[in-house]
Design a protein around this ligand. Structure first.
Ligand SMILES: NC(=O)c1ccc[n+]([C@@H]2O[C@H](COP(=O)([O-])OP(=O)(O)OC[C@H]3O[C@@H](n4cnc5c(N)ncnc54)[C@H](OP(=O)(O)O)[C@@H]3O)[C@@H](O)[C@H]2O)c1
Length: 257
């Protein structure tokens, strides 16, 4: 990733984000970490002993003012980051009896508004500078509806569309936009999934895929390739066939919440 020296990464204390911190530092990048848990941030910072290549600022991505303060601190220390990655996210499986407005709002506020909030903060500075890379972490579940993921899938589909549109709007200013769409990754987010997760990869493997994909500044980084291409193919199947396959694979027709 020659175009990047400094990175601001949200959701940096666990799973994919934590693995990315290790990868980015190993590749000689400067990384600013954000998540809510200050103690976890401090533990990760002392584990890496990365000196001036690592800084952290605790913030909740839902809180515009607090997140803006975090961005200002990073900018004051290192200048406008070269790459900003909105990775913070959460998931709650919801059956028909569990889905509620409160739970949906929670997911929308973190996964969609939180990501948009993160990416809009550096945008004016990147436009003024004439360079920058904005990255949002979506999911392969954004491609098409899945059981128990009505809210989660919608947040990730919304984020993907936001990123696709933004890429058009900012390209004339030298700024680029990428959507990262992972398949299943072994993290605390997937640890409670009550179904088999095909082709699941470790967070470290996910970080390798992301690193490689971001270097090419592509619109989309998706992985693992066999699974993500199968998901892309499923996108074009007629609904009755798609629904039948998904019901069979997930056993959703037999599960009532
Ligand atoms: N794991 C998968 O299979 C998978 C697949 C596709 C996409 N994804 C996406 O990948 C991203 C990372 O997921 P993961 O599996 O690595 O999850 P994870 O292990 O649960 O980590 C989530 C991270 O986000 C932070 N976070 C959560 N809510 C936040 C908030 N309101 N403000 C700031 N930080 C917040 C958490 O730290 P604090 O709790 O301290 O804030 C933590 O650092 C998410 O966007 C997820 O949707 C994951």
């Amino acid at each position: 990733m020659q175009h990047v020296q400094t990175i601001w990464l949200t959701g940096a204390t666990s799973g994919i984000g934590e693995a990315l911190v290790t990868k980015f530092l190993a590749e000689g990048k400067r990384v600013a970490l954000t998540a809510r848990n200050d103690q976890k941030l401090s533990e990760i910072a002392s584990r890496h002993q990365a000196g001036e290549n690592l800084m952290y600022v605790a913030a909740d991505v839902r809180n515009e003012d607090v997140l803006a303060d975090a961005y200002d601190k990073i900018k004051a220390e290192w200048g406008v980051p070269d790459l900003v990655m909105a990775n913070a996210g959460t998931h709650i499986n919801m059956t028909a009896n569990e889905i509620s407005m409160e739970a949906c709002r929670h997911l929308f506020e973190i996964n969609l508004y939180g990501a948009v909030n993160t990416l809009l903060l550096p945008l004016p500075d990147m436009i003024e500078r004439g360079s920058g890379h904005l990255v949002g972490v979506g999911s392969l579940s954004s491609y098409r509806g899945l059981p128990w993921a009505a809210a989660y899938g919608a947040t990730k589909a919304g984020l993907n569309n936001f990123l696709q549109s933004l890429r058009f709007d900012v390209e004339t200013y030298g700024v680029t936009v990428t959507a990262v769409n992972p398949g299943f990754v072994e993290t605390q987010l997937t640890s409670l999934n009550p179904f088999p997760m095909p082709m699941i990869v470790s967070a470290e493997r996910a970080a390798e895929y992301i690193w490689k994909g971001l270097s090419h500044k592509k619109m989309e980084v998706h992985f693992p390739p066999l699974f993500s291409w199968a998901c892309k193919f499923m996108r074009i199947l007629p609904y009755p066939i798609y629904h039948q396959i998904i019901r069979r694979v997930t056993g959703s027709a037999n599960r009532r919440g």
